[in-house]
Each structure stands twice: as structure tokens, then as C-alpha cells.
Design a protein around this ligand. Structure first.
Ligand code: ATP
Ligand code: MG
Length: 751
């Protein structure tokens, strides 16, 4: 690759379009181009143009105060330019620049309004892309591709770190460093994302744990509920169908007795009719009343009375029985908390006994305690029918009615006796009537016996019905719609209801302890869990991205290290060679400086800041630190012949220039760029040294293309092409060219 031409327009003193053409290498040697001309004619503006088109941003190096200062500012005879444009064209037939063009033109353009652009072969391009391309072709932007006027000893006065940057450029590792920088930025971004995601994870984690706990409680609740439901179904099913069967039996019994009562009642009614008819007949026949009629009437009244008493007694008895059934079914188990409370109360009372001195008070307390525990026990178990205390008024009434019934029986017997006495004296008919009446009474007594049985069964029936109704309500409440299934279909499997009931109670209490759980929790758990896994996946993705990027950086570091070590050693050797050549002896060397030696504080770039926010801060910071270059600076030691080793700033102006030239030459020899612009680097040299310098130039021309701005005859003599720069009254630079090796092909740069 070599420089083909340079075109300037509106750049500083080059107001009009000016083109410099360069000759191709001949026999492996690049022709040297010299630019000559009087002071102030614009020679250095020309080197500025090269610096500028390569992307230089430093206004100081461009000798301006603001970026627009590079645009031709006008003169007495000429108006100012609207823009500055510089294009540099390379022959890229050997594809040193990895791009599919055999000619590459890089253009930079700046307008007065501040707009600027970079072009690559006429198409807009990013500066970073152009810089990478140039770095790949070993064109250094900041360093030795363009050595400005008075800048040759710049490398001597710069700090060790600046020198290090210069050497990185010179050792050809720049392109790797650009890639490395991009990777580091990526690493930083990844670290930042990682930190963010990890923070989100730590925020979510506690919530997820609590949700998990709640969801497992919900699962436990579901298990208990299922077990309870199974037990309840067995329990209620068994109970329901036991009662149903019992009811069927009792109902049958009841209807049997009822039929019997009805049948016998109608027989009695027929008998009564017969007796009544006979009585009426007797009355008509024998008007004379011997008192029998009255007795008979009394007898009938007494019988009715007795019936009334019996009915009422049955009614009261039934009421008492029903009250017992109701008391039993209304019993509800005492809640556990109340039981504990009761037991604790009794225990506390017992403890209190120890402190009591008065015996009467102790007895009183014991009585109180006994009654409390009795009450508690009575509330713990379902009362049996005998335990239910019936209404004493009702009991008294039953007894009273019993006595009244017995009274009527006695009365009836007495009346029967007196009827018998009358009958002896009566006629045959009367005897017949009397027999009928006795039959009737006996029959009625028999009916009463059956009626009593039927009534007892009726009470049983009512009791069973009440119990079933209660069971049904309980079932509806506990089993909801499942209760319908139990009613609809006979449950074949019987369970031990007495053993099941406490277990049911235990499970109900357990459910009470677990408490209610919002079904929304499950939804939230699922969502949070999904989010957690997503973020967790992100973390591992980011971690592997970090690992990948770190690997790339490690590889680049290895490459950079290998290449710079090799180049550094060579540069050091060459430096010594050129130094000795220029000084005719002496010694010099380049020394690497570690971070500690440079005394630069290790902390502090923004990458570290991003890293510091991470959980594993130290580890990562350490890993980044480890990846950093240990060598951060370069020191130069130079001792001219016959002198003691001394500080660089004690060298004379010429010595400084010679040392710098030796160093620059060494760098060029080891890692030649495609071209080098030297702006009066030979200005401070004496005549003998000018010749030595010219000799070095000639030697290095085998490696690189020189564009040399000079006032020195010895230097000019080595040039193959000479450009003369002049400036007229209009303040505009003009270019004249003379091809010294082939005068006829000399081209004028004027257009
Ligand atoms: P020397 O031999 O003394 O180094 P030189 O040929 O290198 O001289 P330059 O430094 O290239 O001279 O030219 C400097 C001249 O360019 C100055 O006179 C300066 O006024 C002029 N100049 C710089 N910028 C502009 C601009 N934007 N417009 C017009 N003239 C400018
Ligand atoms: Mg100059």
C-alpha cells in the first residue's frame, strides 16, 4: 500500500483545489517527496491537512482555537471558503487495508456551520470505522505518521503514559486495542445489566419464598379438606341411612297399630250405637226411673272424661319427649379455645388453693371448682336423653293426669257395682243391656292399650324425624351439594360413626388453624415464579456473555502482549543502533514502567465504578484489574558519548532532536507505516548531522514513503520529487512540482 495523492480545498491557506501526487515505489524503494518553500508559505498547513484527514481531533495539534479554524479564512484579495475538504488516496492493490477496493480514498469535510463528515470512497462513513481501517494498515493517527514542526522531541517531553500510548501505536497493536476497547465497553454494559438483573432477583426472592410457603399451606389445606370430606361422607352416609331404615320400620309399626286402633274404634262405635238404641227403648218402655238411667248417664260421662285425660296426658308426654330430642340435636361441640380456657380456669383455681388459709374458703373454692368442671364436662359430651332435664311443670301435669285417670277408673268401678245391684232386680232385657255395656267397657279398655302403644310409636317416629331433619341440616351445611348425593343414593359402606366423629372434629380444627388462603396467591406465585426463572435465565445468559467477552479480551491481550513484547525489544535494539549512528557512540535504552513506578493511582475509571455496584464486586474488580496491562509507562534513557547518564531535559536542543530522530527511526524500522510526514525535524541539526539524517532517510525509504518538509539542502538532495510551496499577495498557497528523477513527467499541482 502507498500514498497516491492528496487533495486539499479550502483547507487553511490552500483556498483552491490543490493536488499532490506521489510516485509509486520503484525496486522496493519508495520515492522521497520533499516540500520546500519560504517561511509562512503554507508547508506546515499541508502536514496539518494530512493529520486532519486521518481524524485528528486535537485543536492544539492542528494549531487552531476552534475546529472551523482549518477553513480558509479569506484574505485581502480573496473571500473566505465555506468549507474545508481534504482527501487522501491510497493504492490498495496489495489489500493492506482489508477492504475490497484497489484504491481507497478517505475524505474529511467540515462546513462553517460546524457540520462535518467523513467519506470512504465517496460514501459517508463513521470515523471509528475509518480509524480501524487505517490502524489495520498500520497508519497511526496520533503518533509518528505525521511528525509536526517542533514536535520531534514531543516523545521526549511527554509523560511515561503518553509514551506508552505512542509505543502501542508504534508496535502495531492499535487495531487490537480498538477491538479490546469495544469488548471492554461491552463487558461493562453486560456487567451493568447483570447488576440490574441480580438486583431484581434479590428483590423478588423473599416474596417468592413467602408465596411458596403460602401455596404449600394451600396444598396442605386441600389435602385435609379432601380427607375431611371423605370422612364426612362416610359418617353422614352411615348416619343418614341408619336413620332412614329405622324410620321405615317405625312407620310400619305405627301404621299397623293405627289400623288396629281404627278397626277396633269402629267396632266400638257400632256397639255404642246398639247400646244407645237399647237404652232409649228401655226408657220409653219403663218411664219409671229406678235410678239406673242416671247411673248409666254418669257412667258414660265418666268414660268421656277419662278419654279426655288420656289424650291430654299423651300430648304432654309427647311434648316432653320432643323437648329431649331437640335438646340433643341442638348440642354443638365446644370450640377448642373455650375448652382450653375452661381447663386453665380450673387449673388456676386449684393452684390458688395453696395460698388459702381459711378452711371454709377452701371448701367454698373446691365447690366452685367442682361445679365449673362439671359444667365443662357436660358441655364436652353430647347429652343422652336421660340427662335432658324436662320441664317439671309438664312432669307434674303428667302425674296429675295419671292420678285423675286412676280416679275415673275407681269411679267407673263404683258405678258398675251400683249398676250390678240394680240389675238383680231388673228384668231379662235389662240383664242383656247390662252385659252389652260391660262388653263395651272392656273393649274400650283394650283399645286404650293399643292406643297407648301407637302413641309411644308416634313419639319414636317424631323423635327420629326430628333427628333426621337435624342431620340433614348439618349435612347440607358441611357437605353442600354432596349432601344431595347421599340422600339420592344408598351408602353401602358403613363406618364406625362413634370413632369417626372425633377424627372429623380434629380435621375441622386443623383447617381452622391453617386458615383461609386467597386463591389469587396461587396465580401470583405462578407469575412470580415464572418471572424469577426468566431473570435467573437472564443471569446465566449474561454470565456466559461475560465469560465469552472475557475470553475475547484475554485472547486480544495475549496477542497484544506477544506482539508488543517482540516489537518493544526490536525497537530498543534499533534505537540503540540509530542513536550510536547519529551520536557516533553513547548509550540509550527504553525502560518499561509498572503502574507503581508511574505512581499512578490504580483506581478510578468508570468501568470500575460499574463493577463496584455488583454483588461480587471484589472478585470481578480483581478479574478486571488482572486483565489490565501491568506496564503503563515507558521511560527513555539516553547518554551521549563521553557524558554521564543524565536526565533527558538536560540534553541540548540538538541532542534532543538527535535522540528523538533515533527513536522515531527505530520505530519506523521495526514497524513501518505506509508513509511518514516529517515537518522540519532536521531544523536543529548541524551540518554533519544533517548528512547523517539524510543517510538514515535514504535507508528507511526502503520501508516507508517519506514526505519531508525541509529547508536543508542535504535532505532535499535525497528527494525524488520536490514540491515548491509559494504564497502570493492573496495569502493563498500555490504548489509547483518537479519530478527530479524524471523531469518530463513532473506534474503541476495547479488546476
Ligand atoms: P515555516 O517555514 O516558517 O514553518 P510554513 O510554510 O510552514 O512556514 P505555515 O505554518 O504552513 O507556514 O503557514 C502558516 C500561515 O498559514 C500563517 O501565515 C497563517 O496565517 C496561515 N493560515 C493558517 N490558517 C489559515 C486559515 N484558516 N486561513 C488563511 N490562512 C491561514
Ligand atoms: Mg512550517
Amino acid at each position: 500500500m502507498f500514498l497516491l495523492k492528496l487533495e486539499l480545498q479550502g483547507f487553511k491557506t490552500f483556498a483552491q483545489k490543490t493536488t499532490l501526487s506521489f510516485l509509486p515505489p520503484k525496486g522496493g524503494v519508495s520515492p522521497i517527496t520533499a516540500v520546500v518553500g519560504p517561511n509562512g508559505s503554507g508547508k506546515s498547513n499541508f502536514s496539518d491537512a494530512i493529520r486532519w484527514v486521518l481524524g485528528e481531533q486535537s485543536l492544539k495539534l492542528l494549531r487552531g482555537k476552534e475546529s472551523q479554524d482549518v477553513i480558509f479564512s479569506g484574505s485581502e484579495g480573496r473571500g473566505r471558503s465555506g468549507f474545508a475538504e481534504v482527501s487522501m488516496t491510497f493504492n490498495n492493490e496489495d489489500h493492506t487495508m482489508p477492504i475490497d477496493f484497489s484504491e481507497v480514498t478517505v475524505t474529511r469535510r467540515l462546513y462553517r456551520d460546524g457540520n462535518s463528515e467523513y467519506l470512504l470512497n465517496g460514501s459517508a462513513a463513521r470515523l471509528s470505522d475509518i480509524q480501524l481501517l487505517l490502524a489495520q494498515a498500520n497508519v497511526g493517527q496520533r503518533s509518528y505518521s505525521v511528525i509536526g514542526q517542533g514536535m520531534v522531541d514531543h516523545i521526549l517531553v511527554s509523560s511515561p503514559e503518553e509514551r506508552k500510548a505512542f509505543f502501542d501505536d508504534a508496535t502495531g497493536v492499535k487495531q487490537f486495542q480498538i477491538k479490546r476497547h469495544e469488548s471492554m465497553l461491552k463487558l461493562k454494559r453486560t456487567y451493568e445489566n447483570l447488576a440490574e438483573v441480580e438486583m431484581l432477583l434479590t428483590e423478588i426472592e423473599p416474596r417468592l419464598k413467602s408465596l411458596k410457603r403460602q401455596v404449600s399451606r394451600l396444598q396442605e389445606r386441600e389435602e385435609v379438606e379432601k380427607k375431611l370430606r371423605d370422612l364426612e361422607q362416610g359418617y353422614f352416609g352411615t348416619m343418614w341411612w341408619q336413620l332412614t331404615d329405622e324410620l321405615v320400620g317405625v312407620k310400619e309399626k305405627f301404621s299397623r297399630l293405627d289400623i288396629q286402633v281404627n278397626k277396633e274404634t269402629s267396632e266400638v262405635a257400632a256397639l255404642v250405637e246398639k247400646v244407645t238404641a237399647m237404652e232409649r227403648e228401655e226408657k220409653d218402655k219403663d218411664v219409671q226411673d229406678d235410678g239406673l238411667i242416671v247411673i248409666q248417664k254418669q257412667y258414660n260421662d265418666m268414660q268421656r272424661k277419662r278419654s279426655g285425660f288420656r289424650d291430654e296426658q299423651f300430648k304432654v308426654q309427647k311434648e316432653i319427649e320432643m323437648a329431649k330430642v331437640r335438646a340433643q340435636s341442638n348440642w354443638a361441640p365446644l370450640p377448642l379455645t373455650k375448652i382450653i380456657e375452661g381447663i386453665e380456669g380450673v387449673t388456676l383455681g386449684l393452684k390458688g388453693l395453696r395460698e388459702m388459709k381459711d378452711l371454709d374458703a377452701v371448701y367454698a373454692k373446691i365447690d366452685e371448682m367442682l361445679s365449673a368442671s362439671t359444667t365443662l364436662v357436660s358441655r364436652l359430651q353430647r347429652p343422652s336423653p336421660e340427662d335432658v332435664v324436662s320441664d317439671p311443670k309438664m312432669i307434674a301435669r303428667v302425674v296429675e293426669l295419671g292420678e285423675m285417670i286412676a280416679g275415673t277408673e275407681t269411679e267407673l268401678k263404683t258405678l258398675e257395682e251400683s249398676m250390678k245391684t240394680h240389675a238383680v232386680t231388673e228384668k231379662q232385657v235389662r240383664t242383656e243391656l247390662f252385659d252389652l255395656q260391660r262388653d263395651l267397657r272392656q273393649k274400650q279398655q283394650a283399645i286404650h292399650l293399643v292406643e297407648n302403644q301407637r302413641n309411644a310409636v308416634a313419639i319414636d317416629l317424631a323423635r327420629l324425624e326430628e333427628r333426621q331433619a337435624n342431620l340433614g341440616r348439618d349435612m347440607d351445611e358441611q357437605l353442600k351439594e354432596l349432601a344431595g348425593d347421599i340422600r339420592g343414593r344408598r351408602v353401602e359402606i358403613k363406618v364406625d360413626t362413634a370413632a369417626t366423629y372425633p377424627e372429623i372434629q380434629r380435621l375441622r380444627y386443623k383447617l381452622e388453624l391453617i386458615g383461609g388462603i386467597d386463591p389469587e396467591i396461587v396465580k401470583e406465585f405462578e407469575e412470580t415464579n415464572a418471572r424469577f426463572s426468566f431473570l435467573d435465565g437472564q443471569v446465566s445468559d449474561l454470565r456466559s456473555a461475560v465469560a465469552d467477552t472475557e475470553k475475547i479480551i484475554d485472547e486480544l491481550d495475549e496477542e497484544i502482549h506477544k506482539q508488543s513484547e517482540k516489537a518493544f525489544k526490536k525497537i530498543n535494539d534499533e534505537f540503540e543502533k540509530y542513536f550510536k549512528m547519529l551520536f557516533g557512540g553513547g548509550s540509550c535504552s527504553l525502560v518499561k514502567m509498572s503502574r507503581e513506578e508511574v505512581k499512578k493511582d490504580a483506581e478510578g475509571d468508570d468501568l470500575d465504578e460499574a463493577v463496584a455496584q455488583l454483588g461480587e464486586t471484589e472478585k470481578i474488580a480483581l478479574r478486571i484489574r488482572e486483565r489490565e496491562d501491568r506496564i503503563v509507562g515507558i521511560d527513555i534513557q539516553a547518554t551521549p558519548p563521553g557524558k554521564k547518564l543524565k536526565a533527558l531535559n538536560l540534553l541540548s536542543g540538538g541532542e534532543r532532536a538527535l535522540t528523538s530522530i533515533a527513536l522515531v527511526s527505530a520505530i519506523m524500522a521495526v514497524n513501518p507505516g505506509p508513509f511518514v510526514v516529517l515537518d522540519e525535524v532536521d531544523a536543529a541539526l548541524d551540518e554533519a548531522n544533517t548528512f547523517r539524517f539524510a543517510g538514515i532517510l535514504e535507508e528507511l525509504a526502503k520501508l516507508t514513503q517519506f514526505i519531508v518538509i525541509t529547508h536543508n539542502r542535504a535532505t532535499m538532495e535525497k528527494a525524488d520529487v520536490l514540491y515548491g510551496v509559494t504564497m502570493g499577495d492573496d495569502g493563498v498557497s500555490n504548489l509547483l512540482s518537479v519530478n527530479l528523477s524524471d523531469v518530463t513527467s513532473g506534474a503541476s499541482a495547479r488546476h
